[in-house]
Design a protein around this ligand. Structure first.
Ligand code: ATP
Length: 260
């Protein structure tokens, strides 16, 4: 990895970029994944690179859905394996979910490399490698290949970094879909049951924290969190917060003062 000076104003963001680039060099992040991350970063700028309150609401509903699920599955692609591998394993542990590798640009080599990383971080089982023998109807990308033990049977699927087509296909199969997507306007964001508009880098640790707290709630309490959740309202709140923020910024643009 490139050495990033610690005092660089965008240090954190550059470190995560480097992780993705390294993942690409190691052969498990798709080159298109780098573009997808850039689109995410753009929306992160708009929300102020922090977790907004409506996203916390979505995370709570997501954890409630995962804890109530009979067969929860966390779907993993190259980007998420590069950005938050430890958190995927820990969250799966906390909510008792299976982990499945599912790739848009699938090759067996990439799938195996991702599984290897997850095992290194302590995953007990990673589905979707040799066992991706079932297919999701109406889906034409490689993402249609799923494990009969995992996504095919799942009632709740957490899909950090998803594409709209697959979200819709999973919904049509009757699954509850939880997406993490920085773009509140994407098809994924609008097709999922629960959309967490936040950067996976911030959302995953926060979800682990919430899972630890919410595990002590009983089924009725979890169900009531879920019943009171409205995805369209949360997306509208996020869009409104972006509008407010940009309106404020536009009335007080601060250019950088640079002394030669
Ligand atoms: P859709 O098909 O849902 O309309 P898209 O074509 O924009 O979406 P892709 O290009 O497949 O989707 O995926 C990129 C999506 O992932 C973008 O919506 C982007 O906001 C989101 N994204 C990328 N990196 C992150 C990240 N680190 N955290 C959260 N979301 C991210």
């Amino acid at each position: 990895m490139h050495e990033i000076p610690k005092n660089h104003p965008r240090y954190k963001s550059l470190i995560f970029r480097e992780k993705l680039v390294q993942g690409f060099r190691d052969g498990y992040v798709a080159i298109q994944g780098l573009i997808a991350h850039g689109r995410g970063e753009c929306f992160d700028y708009l929300i102020g690179e922090k977790t907004l309150e409506p996203a916390i609401k979505s995370m709570k509903a997501a954890i409630a859905a995962l804890l109530l699920a009979e067969k929860p599955v966390i779907s993993v692609n190259g980007n998420i394996a590069a950005l938050t591998p430890a958190e995927i394993v820990e969250l799966a542990d906390e909510v008792n979910a299976a982990i499945e590798v599912n790739l848009f640009y699938r090759t067996e080599d990439r799938a195996e490399k991702i599984a290897k990383i997850l095992y290194e971080y302590g995953a007990k089982e990673v589905l979707g490698i040799k066992d991706a023998t079932a297919t999701i109807p109406e889906l034409h990308s490689e993402r249609r290949r799923v494990s009969p033990k995992g996504i095919l049977k799942a009632d709740v699927v957490l899909v950090p970094l998803e594409d709209g087509d697959r979200t819709e296909a999973l919904r049509k199969l009757g699954k509850t879909v939880i997406a993490i997507d920085l773009n509140p306007l994407s098809r994924t964001a609008r097709a999922a049951n629960i959309t967490i508009v936040d950067n996976v880098i911030r959302a995953m640790p926060k979800m682990i924290e919430l899972a630890k707290e919410m595990k002590s709630l009983n089924k009725n309490e979890l169900q009531s969190i879920l019943n009171n959740y409205r995805n369209e309202e949360v997306l509208a709140e996020i869009i409104n917060q972006i509008i407010l923020r940009l309106t404020k910024l536009s009335s007080n643009v601060k250019t950088l003062v640079i002394n030669p």
